[in-house]
Design a protein around this ligand. Structure first.
Ligand SMILES: [Zn+2]
Length: 325
């Protein structure tokens, strides 16, 4: 993703009101305390499973567009979603990256309850950045992308597994987007190419979801998620709902109500092209010079940085959102 602006929308935050969905969460579950929130009927989230799906992806090597690892991983992700009972579609295309070269792109979509009109979109990018431009070691080589990519996919695969065991009342679309991280900061719209492709198709085909959640870097220890600017602007009510659920589950130390700058991540194009109000759960670190997780876009983004506690916190929050929605 790319940092676009440091504009903070405090006014918008102040004027956000709770929607019907937020009220539904409170009314349906009446979860005033963490203990009560724990009683909400939903399947468990197993962090060990999510971790193993991250490990499987990393084992293919960097999932850089145009490599053998990309092909192997797309087959793996398809097979997993089919195994978990989703209706799977591969959206195949070619995209032009920042330097003018063309790369193969595979977006993977797993639909649960495809017949139900009310839908929630859950997404993460599955490709690996082809260079470690924020690091000083091997900065021209691709990264393992255990956190920046594989973690969100791992969490969503575990959620797909749980949804098969206890079908939700709403429809869920799990979207793994490709070629997110092949961009250059100085080239506009050079990130999130898979999502831009998907969003144009979604708009043309009339696809709609009520809300969307993007997971990006949701696996490292000490994760810190904030009120990201575009999430506030386009999906403020839903953002409040999800953060409220996280706090009710006792995960408040991870989910901060602090407003932060706008990030041109996948959710930006889902909001602006497809018109689906979508939030970004992304690891920020305001003490790091980049404002992101300290190992962002470096060779240190490896499996040993993945913390099962963070996977648990994020997985539980998203699962609870599905059953409260
Ligand atoms: Zn990245």
């Amino acid at each position: 993703m790319n940092k676009k602006s440091s504009f903070i929308i405090i006014l918008l935050l102040a004027t956000c009101t709770f929607t019907q969905t937020s009220c539904k969460w409170i009314k349906k579950n009446n979860a005033a305390t963490n203990e009560e929130a724990e009683k909400i009927e939903r399947p468990p989230f197993v962090a060990d499973s999510a971790y193993s799906y991250i490990s499987d992806q990393v084992a293919f090597g960097p999932r850089v567009p145009g490599t053998e690892a990309q092909k192997k991983c797309v087959d793996y992700l398809k097979q997993k979603l089919v195994q978990f009972g989703a209706q799977v579609q591969i959206q195949e295309g070619t995209v032009t990256v920042f330097d003018g070269t063309q790369k193969p792109m595979y977006n993977i979509i797993g639909s649960i309850n495809p017949q139900i009109e009310r839908r929630l979109l859950l997404m993460a990018h599955w490709d690996s950045r082809p260079f470690a431009d924020q690091g000083t070691i091997d900065s021209d080589k691709p990264i393992d992308a255990a956190n920046d990519g594989a973690s969100g996919v791992g969490v969503l695969l575990e959620i797909a597994r749980q949804l098969q065991l206890k079908k939700p009342e709403i429809g869920i679309d799990i979207l793994f987007v490709d070629v997110e991280d092949y961009g250059k900061p100085e080239v506009e719209n050079s990130y999130a190419l898979g999502t831009q492709f998907w969003a144009k198709q979604a708009k043309n085909s009339g696809y709609m979801a009520s809300n969307g959640i993007l997971l990006d870097m949701v696996g490292a220890g000490d994760a810190y998620f904030t009120f990201e600017g575009y999430s506030v602007q386009y999906a403020g009510d839903f953002l409040k709902m999800v953060w409220g659920i996280a706090h009710q589950l006792g995960h408040g130390s991870y989910f901060s109500y602090t407003p932060t700058d706008m990030i041109t991540d996948d959710h930006y194009y889902v909001n602006t092209i497809a018109g689906i109000p979508t939030i970004d759960i992304i690891h920020r670190d305001m003490s790091s010079p980049t404002g992101f997780w300290k190992h962002w876009h470096t060779q240190e983004d490896k499996l040993d940085k993945i913390d099962k506690k963070t996977l648990q916190v994020v997985g539980e929050t998203v699962l609870a959102t599905i059953y409260a929605y």
